[in-house]
Unconditional design. Structure first.
Lengths: 245, 162, 54
């Protein structure tokens, strides 16, 4: 363990590190999006039952997975901030939230557009969709609660509690299709493997990787602004090249 | 105990408490959280009477009958134990096919017939090109012909695909 | 009703405009907002430190 991880958990060092890392995530994300879309629309065959409409899956499934994973990341950072009182963890939690909310929105939107031609309805109040909608509201609640409290440290603590308590919802979303009768089909990606044609799988996993990289890049970019804003009165900020110029 | 450990303990207790509370609520609301009832539940009188509810299952093979007006359809929903006849007037979704999953909303009429207001198709989590689906179907028919004594593969939901 | 027919005749257009274009728009808006926030915060921080130096 030669690397001193605590050094990077300080906003001072992380600010520069994040700035250097962003292109390493953003550029591969753009390339993988292009590759994923190419495989998804040019290589992957039509589906036997659903024809062309199933191609929504290449954005729908990655967006849904990201919305759930990012919530756990956000709740994890919020918990770290609450327990260890570290400044950076709470900043990361607030930086992840908007991206998670947007992925939850994309998941619901593309799901509705898929549901209309295939099921015959834009929206049904089944357990999977309702719990995903609750996830979107949890994200929005986190953002709104954080914004409503002026003192950032108190805002961190209050919204962290909301994030942690809300994390109960994530396993409910995942297992809803198993626990109850839903209109939504079961999981395509299971722990035991997938039930999908190989080119369709490649397209979906490429898009999933692209979404991950995109989410990391955009979160790092956002956290840099949050660090700047919250530490604006410190000496190290005053010495930054981009501030002095 | 250090304050840090204390905060950690509070968080664990909070998550556990909320988890248990949500679990209990969802368990109590089990029948309401489920989107639909099965024909067996209707047979066992577990479904509500006198009001609209949803029922889900497979469309029984060979049961779809269209009436002369071209809009009214009669079919039978089965969960492979019990069956239930349905009548519906309206446009059906693309995936509505014999042997496939369906969720129907409507009211029970005297004589055990369900008059549906809404028909939703349910699809499975398997995705494959048409050729693969054809091959799978042929293999299934061949297997069924080979051991015709045993029952044919009951549902289209889990054809051990890939 | 006419939308129902249109989407079945042009499934790929429907998928592209309905889902992928919307998702991309969301991404573009998010990137623009993050960049805007960056320039705004930088300006504010510069102003604060200029005021302190004077």
């Amino acid at each position: 363990m030669a690397i001193n991880w605590f050094k990077y958990s300080a906003p001072t060092t992380f600010y520069g590190l994040a700035g250097k890392l962003i292109p390493w995530f953003a550029i591969p994300a753009a390339i993988l999006f292009a590759v994923g879309l190419y495989i998804g629309f040019a290589v992957a065959p039509m589906d036997a039952q659903q024809g062309e409409f199933y191609r929504i899956i290449f954005i729908h499934v990655p967006a849904s997975m990201l919305s759930m994973f990012l919530y756990m990341v956000m709740a994890g950072y919020a918990a770290l901030g609450l327990i260890f009182n570290t400044r950076l963890s709470s900043m990361m939690a607030s930086a992840v939230a908007p991206t998670g909310a947007l992925f939850a929105f994309i998941s619901l939107w593309t799901g509705a557009l898929w549901g209309k031609p295939m099921w015959g309805a834009w929206w049904v109040w089944d357990a999977r969709m309702t719990s995903e909608l609750i996830l979107l509201f949890l994200y929005l609640g986190f953002i709104a609660l954080h914004a409503s409290i002026d003192d950032p440290r108190r805002a961190d603590r209050a919204s962290a509690l909301l994030a942690i308590v809300g994390s109960v919802n994530v396993p409910i979303i995942y297992f809803s299709v198993k626990w109850w009768n839903t209109l939504h089909q079961g999981s395509t990606i299971k722990f035991s493997g997938t039930s999908m044609h190989i080119a369709m799988q490649q397209a979906m996993f490429t898009m999933l990787a692209a979404c991950w990289l995109y989410a990391i890049a955009v979160t790092l970019a956002r956290v840099r602004s949050i660090i700047l804003e919250r530490e604006r009165h410190t000496k190290w900020i005053a010495e930054l090249a981009e501030v002095r110029s | 105990m250090k304050p840090r450990q204390k905060r950690f303990l509070y968080i664990v207790i909070a998550i556990a408490a909320v988890g248990i509370a949500v679990g209990l609520v969802l368990n109590a609301l089990k029948d309401n959280v489920s989107l639909y009832f099965t024909p067996t539940q209707v047979y066992n009188k577990e479904a509500p009477e006198g009001r609209s509810f949803r029922i889900g299952g497979l469309v029984e093979e060979g049961s779809i009958k269209r009436e002369a007006d071209g809009l009214t359809v009669n079919f039978v929903i089965t969960d492979l134990h019990k069956t239930l006849p349905v009548v519906y007037k309206g446009i059906l979704p693309d995936l509505f096919k014999e042997g496939k999953g369906v969720v129907v909303q409507g009211k029970m009429e005297a004589g055990g017939l369900m008059r549906a207001d809404e028909v939703l198709a349910k699809h499975d989590e398997n995705y494959m090109p048409p050729e693969a689906a054809d091959a799978l179907k042929k293999a299934e028919t061949a297997a069924a012909a080979a051991n015709s004594s045993s029952a044919a593969s009951p549902s289209s939901g889990t054809p051990g695909a890939q | 009703m006419s939308l129902d027919i249109w989407m079945r005749e042009n499934p790929l257009t429907y998928v592209w405009i309905g889902s992928y274009a919307v998702a991309m728009l969301v991404f573009v808006i998010e990137i623009a907002m993050v960049r805007h926030k960056r320039t705004l915060t930088l300006q504010q921080v510069r102003l604060i430190h200029q005021a302190e130096e004077e």
